[in-house]
Write a protein that binds this ligand. Structure first.
Ligand SMILES: [Zn+2]
Length: 180
């Protein structure tokens, strides 16, 4: 990206041009801290910086959607309604910080179910694309796992990998991750 320079030679503010039509985020490890078997809202901890990144994308008028594997449903540890309650709680907490999630999609199946929606399969991403009538090649996915990356590759969706810091590692101005 070329930064515009004013006549005085100093930097002027950069108006970011959206380079993607939808931001698709993994949930656990990207927006909230990844804990084993998260079934209750008391276990939710929004990662620092996540709300800021989402809010910035909101300001560009780009939808932000979450795609998450929740095999805890298939394993009988909680219900789809429990997952929905956790998602609603996350959305509410983010909204308090000015960040808005358009909707969540999740896979409730276990690996043994061999479904088409559990990442690394791309079914969840296609569900998003169908709902928003978007081409996944023009979207952006951010995840913290190889399974996220494989799902994105399977449908040619551009992908950014983040580490332990989650979404805060994503630098919106460069589109890449810091310190990597
Ligand atoms: Zn599934």
């Amino acid at each position: 990206m070329v930064l515009p320079v004013s006549h005085s030679g100093s930097m002027v503010s950069v108006q970011l041009k959206p380079t993607f039509k939808c931001l698709i985020l993994d949930r656990d490890g990207v927006i909230i801290r990844d804990v084993d078997h998260l079934t209750k809202i008391e276990q939710v901890e929004i990662l620092p910086g996540a709300a800021d990144r989402i809010a910035a994308v909101n300001l560009m008028g780009i939808p932000v959607v979450v795609a998450t594997n929740q095999s805890i449903v298939g394993r009988g540890m909680c219900t789809n309604e429990d997952v929905q309650a956790v998602n609603t709680y996350i959305a509410t907490e983010l909204a308090k910080m000015g960040a808005f999630i358009d909707f969540f999609v999740w896979c409730p199946h276990t690996p043994e179910d061999n479904c088409y929606c559990r990442k690394p399969k791309p079914g969840l991403l296609y569900r998003i694309a169908n709902k928003l009538k978007l081409d996944l090649r023009e979207c952006l996915m951010i995840g913290d796992a190889v399974t996220d990356k494989k799902a994105a590759i399977a449908c040619r969706c551009p992908f950014v990998m983040v580490g332990k810091g989650g979404l805060a590692e994503w630098d919106l101005s460069t589109g890449k991750t810091r310190d990597r």
